[in-house]
Design a binder for this molecule. Sequence first.
Ligand code: ADP
Ligand code: ADP
Length: 231
Amino acid sequence: MIKIDNLTKIYRTGSIQVEALKGICLEIHRGEFVAVMGPSGSGKSTLMNILGCLDRPTEGRYRLDGEKIEELNDVQLAAIRNKKIGFVFQSFNLLPRMSALKNVELPMMYAGIPSKERVERAKEALQRVGLADRMHHKSNELSGGQRQRVAIARALVNDPAIILADEPTGNLDSKSGKEIMAIFQQLNEEGSTIVLVTHEADIASHAKRIVAFRDGEIVEDRAVENRTMIS
Ligand code: ADP
Ligand code: ADP
């Protein structure tokens, strides 16, 4: 599903140069659920931005679902991003005055899907995250955990090859955070491939695999033993 090879990212600001990723190699297969950990500044966001085709590596190769990402131009990259990737953010990034349903419809509007099908698929996605009874609420009328569930429904709705979540529980209390992880576990059981960044070991223990970064390098890559399943 994902294969990155000798991936390097150098940020240049004037004469200052930061090597945020130092030639990392990583393979993620279909059906995996990976937690990316590491201290602040270790390169996690840089990796996620590259995986999400929001940014390009300085060097190295990236294969996503058969596509040679480093060979694509910006227009092709944007198309891949819309088609293959579902994003979930720490701060939800919903349109506050729009209903949950409209928020979930949005990626399908960009994809040019007709209204009737959009509504059907958005309802189905909201059902999958247990929010069918809130679909006509505006997102600013929902709790943090409910907002994040809307965001997950939005990420799902184009049936992405991979879901990328950057600190999705970072703005939530621990109970809501657990509920969100339960949803990710359920989606993963249903076949979704998930890569999630977190600072919290407790949150990471719900994934199947932990990849830890330090100073732009992978310092640990292991299966989670005695994984915590929430039901
Ligand atoms: P892995 O997950 O083992 O790294 P891939 O996900 O790239 O490998 O491919 C696994 C299998 O799924 C391959 O046989 C590939 O041809 C097939 N495949 C790849 N992309 C898709 C897709 N979008 N839909 C259905 N099958 C796919
Ligand atoms: P993390 O997500 O683990 O906190 P980042 O990937 O954000 O780490 O950052 C890795 C390194 O790259 C840090 O030293 C950070 O300061 C630097 N960095 C990140 N983004 C930029 C940028 N746009 N310009 C310059 N340096 C950056």
